[in-house]
Design a protein around this ligand. Structure first.
Ligand code: UT7
Length: 325
């Protein structure tokens, strides 16, 4: 039995932070931001709106889409680097918010690769028979760790959440998780940091990034994850209908996509211009938008890939299925 995604959802806060707004906050300009990142705007959560609130909203949308109720969920996984607290986990807060009384709950920390890592855990839980329905949520309130006086990072990040239901349910339309590849490199851990909250540091809450170095790793690592995943699934790049990369920067997306010469550029799905980099949530938000806006036929493959702090990276292939698998 193959685990499959039977529903997706996402949530973006209402407030839009435009490049013009950022021009008033730091020494930058719209032209620089668009040409270097592809970003025009991003969303910012309300002061009283937290990671678990956004995650619960995305989760409700995914449950609706899947046609199941909260009490049918066996496990809640929340991928985030901006949890409400170190303890309790955001997954437990969301469990209560949804009334998912039967569900076990835990957070997953793999930075911007969190959605793919959580997908691997969900797939294993379902395929080993431990769970029937896993609710996967990625949610980030990155505005809480962004230094809005640092122009090298504050233009990049946005808030948002995504969710999906990974299930063994027979007879439902869904997207089988055909293959997944995960990787990490702790030797490069200093390239992206949020040096707070752990036992080593206190009160240095802002994200710091060696942008140039990270850029090169991102292109190379996402390409290699995609290639590994394709070979694991015994597929070629020509078999892929859509590529959904982590939405870190339009230039990273384009540079990476160019390495797949048989994949038409219009098949690379992008949300970076309107939401910026939403870390763990980004791939899931894009997936939800793609599935709501395009008709995916039985047997089509969607390739997801992400990269982030750790360093961590990974890829997953989803295969559309109109019938039980
Ligand atoms: O999601 C996790 C993974 N994250 C990523 O993959 C992000 C990877 N990195 C990037 O996307 C890019 O490296 C950035 C967008 C962060 C930076 O773009 P870049 O083309 O690598 O620019 P740079 O860091 O080489 O900076 C070029 C110049 C510098 O000025 P000098 O030193 O050449 O005089 C910066 O100070 O641009 C300057 N600069 C800015 N200028 C206007 C940096 N930020 C800004 C800004 N506005 N916001």
């Amino acid at each position: 039995m193959k685990a499959k995604i039977i529903g997706t959802g996402s949530y973006l806060p209402e407030r839009i932070l435009t490049n013009q707004d950022l021009e008033k906050m730091v020494e930058t300009d719209d032209e620089w931001i668009v040409s270097r990142t592809g970003m025009k705007e991003r969303r910012i959560a309300r002061p009283d709106e937290y990671t678990s609130d956004m995650g619960a909203a995305a989760a409700r949308a995914a449950l609706d889409d899947a046609g199941i109720t909260a009490d049918e969920i066996d496990f809640i996984l929340v991928a985030t680097i901006t949890p409400d607290y170190l303890c309790p986990s955001s997954s437990c807060l969301i469990q209560t918010a949804l009334g998912a009384k039967r569900a076990a709950a835990m957070d997953v920390q793999a930075a911007c690769t969190g959605y793919i890592y959580a997908l691997a855990i969900a797939k294993s839980f379902v395929e080993t028979g431990l769970c029937k329905n896993v609710l996967l949520i990625a949610s980030e309130k990155l505005s809480s760790v962004v230094d809005y006086t640092d122009r090298s990072t504050c233009i990049l990040f946005g808030d948002g959440a995504s969710a999906c239901v990974v299930s063994s349910a027979e007879g439902k339309k869904g997207y089988a998780i055909s293959s997944i590849c995960l990787a990490s490199d702790g030797e490069q851990s200093s390239l992206i940091t949020i040096p707070t909250g752990g036992c080593r540091t206190q009160a240095q809450q802002y994200v710091k990034m060696a942008g140039n170095e990270v850029f090169k790793h991102a292109v190379r690592r996402m390409e290699s994850a995609c290639r590994d995943c394709l070979s694991l699934a015994q597929l070629n790049e020509t078999d892929i209908s859509w590529l959904i990369p982590h939405q870190a920067n339009i230039r990273i997306i384009d540079a990476m996509a160019k390495r797949f010469e048989h994949l038409p550029p219009e098949r690379v799905f992008k949300t970076v211009h309107k939401y910026g980099n939403t870390s763990a949530s980004s791939v899931g938000i894009a997936l939800d938008e793609l599935l709501k806006q395009e008709k995916i036929q039985h047997g089509e493959h969607i390739l997801l890939t992400a990269f982030g702090g750790g360093l961590t990276w990974g890829a997953a292939i989803l295969t559309s299925s109109g019938e039980s698998i």
